[in-house]
Structure formats: C-alpha cells, structure tokens
Design a binder for this molecule. Structure first.
Ligand code: MLT
Ligand code: MN
Length: 312
C-alpha cells in the first residue's frame, strides 16, 4: 500500500490567511525548520495508479498541482482523474469544501457515513458535484467496505469505519445542546482502518479525535501505521497563543502532550509508525527545531508534512 500525506495542517492551513502568530509569520519566510502546510488530506493506493483520497480539503486544487500521482495520466482521455473515490471522515469544512473543486462532470465515488452524507444533501451547493456522476455511497460503521470506483471495480483499498469521540462540524453546532456535545451523534466523526487487499499492513487514519479510550487503544495495538490527530500540543494552546478562546477539547481534539495527552495514552502500544497530522497553526511541533518537536520525536512519533510518503 502506498500513502501520501496530501495535506498535514488542520483547518486554516499553515500559514493561515489571517494568522499573525509567530509560527505563521515564520512560515511565510523560507526557513529550513518551518514548512508551510496545506489542509488535512491523505491519499492511498494499492497500485500507485488508482488513488483513494481521504478528505477533500479547501486546498485540493493546489494539492493536486503538487502531487503528480493525482493528476491525469499522460495517456489518459482528455478529461480524466486517477482519483477513483473520496472518503470523508467528518463534515468539517476542511474535509469537505474541496469537493466543490472536484466538479466538471468527472465520475468518481464519495464515501461517507449517513450523518456526513446528510450534510452534503442538505447543502445544495454540493450539487455542483452532480450526485448522478459522483455517486454518494454510505459507509457503514464496523464493516469492512471495499472502496470501488464508479464502475464498481475494486481499487484494491478497503476501509473499516469506526466512531471516535469527536464533535459535529463547527458550522452545524447546536448551541442549545451545549451539554450534549452541541448535537453530536454517532457517525459525525470517524476513524478509518485502511487496508490493501494484498498486503498484511493496516493503517489507521484518525485526523480528529477527542479522547482515547480502551476500545480505541485495543483497536490500534499492533497496527502497521497510525496517522493521528495532532491539532494541538497543549489543550489551551489557542488561548495562550492569543489567537482564540477555544480549548482543544472544545474543538473535539485531544492534545498531544502531558499526562492526559495522546502521546502518553498510546505510548505502550505496538504501532509500526506513528505520525501526527491535522496540525494546527498554533502547534509548536510545526517548528522542527522546537523542544516540543524534539519531545514528540523522542516519543517515537513522526511529524507529518505535505508530500510525506509511506510505503507498507
Ligand atoms: C476542526 O478540525 O476542528 C475543524 O476543521 C475546524 C474548522 O472548522 O476549521
Ligand atoms: Mn479539521
């Protein structure tokens, strides 16, 4: 299986258009220790010819331009794409807005949970990607789903979707249900186990996760590779950076560091490679030379970057 981190930043990207925090300021200069990053997306392929895209970020046009694997093949028809399917892990704007750029009457398949498909159905603008041509198929939780192209030919990639603690998309939050997760229901945020038919490797892709419980630990033990929510290093980082008022928890993201962070929660598990993705522009691990980046690497984690390739 081949994987490519297409976008390693969280919503807003890095630098974010209106961010004046020192990390975004530094990312606007060309420095060796801070790389700019586009918004959250991953591509997987069993044959390096046909690709499954996980999440469609607002940066997708730029991402395809930077990723030859996702461009039409030289000998392909006048309109063509190697992207056979797009699988969504939630309805956050950083994961669905890129669908709008995949219009132009191309045939591919969109896979998502019933909850996320309902968001697309309720927002008529997504009809610019004609559902007759880009069929929407439901991903059932706890089932292994082969990802098929529009002609129902296997891509060689399968996924198993499972619910993870998370939150409904920010733009759908119901303020009258603040105590009940702002209206969050099962299927609003999922993790995916990504498998290829031939290989024995299994990859977990979980770009948004609010909590690590026993179930999730059990699931992740002995995985070949984990790409996990690296939004914030500390829970109150948006506040201490002076850029916002929300904690990681309030946004549905578990922080990396400390006794209750994801590094500690997963430290004793056997996982082949562990990689943080969906990194927010306030997270100090974005600076390769920071003590926080060193601590993450010391903990056995890699820090995802755009264009990062993983072969399993
Ligand atoms: C998130 O991951 O919390 C969301 O993508 C935030 C957003 O809506 O930009
Ligand atoms: Mn996000």
């Amino acid at each position: 299986m081949y994987l490519k981190v297409v976008g390693s930043a969280a919503g807003g990207g890095f630098p974010q258009w209106n961010c004046n925090f020192h990390l975004s300021r530094d990312a606007r200069k060309v420095t060796e220790n801070i790389r700019p990053r586009t918004q959250s997306s991953l591509a997987a392929s069993a044959d390096e010819a046909r690709w499954v895209l996980f999440n469609a970020s607002p940066d997708i046009r730029q991402q395809i331009a930077a990723t030859p694997e996702l461009q039409p093949a030289e000998n392909a028809p006048p309109r063509s794409t190697p992207i056979c399917a797009v699988v969504l892990t939630n309805a956050d704007v950083d994961h669905i807005a890129g669908l709008l750029s995949l219009r132009e009457r191309e045939r591919f398949v969109i896979y998502a949970t019933a909850r996320v498909l309902a968001v697309l159905a309720q927002n008529a603008i997504f009809n610019v990607v004609d559902p007759v041509l880009a069929e929407r198929r439901e991903l059932k939780l706890h089932e292994v789903s082969p990802i098929l192209d529009w002609q129902n030919r296997p891509t060689g990639i399968s996924v198993e979707a499972f619910a993870v603690p998370g939150k409904i998309a920010l733009f759908l939050e119901d303020q009258t249900k603040a105590e009940q997760g702002f209206g969050t229901e099962e299927g609003d945020t999922i993790g995916l186990k990504i498998m290829s038919e031939d290989a024995k490797s299994d990859v977990f892709y979980i770009p948004g996760c609010a909590r690590i419980d026993g179930n999730l630990r059990h699931r992740l033990d002995r995985a070949s590779c984990l790409l996990f929510d690296g939004t914030v290093y500390t829970d109150d980082e948006m506040l201490t950076s002076g850029v916002g008022t929300k904690t990681g928890q309030r946004m549905g993201h578990l922080h990396i560091s400390g006794d209750n962070g994801s590094m500690r929660a997963l430290a004793d598990l056997q996982i082949g490679r562990r990689i943080y993705v969906h990194i927010n522009n306030t997270n100090p691990i974005l600076d390769d030379h920071s003590p926080e980046a060193a601590a993450v690497r010391q903990g056995g984690w890699e820090i995802g970057y755009d264009g990062m390739e993983i072969r399993l």
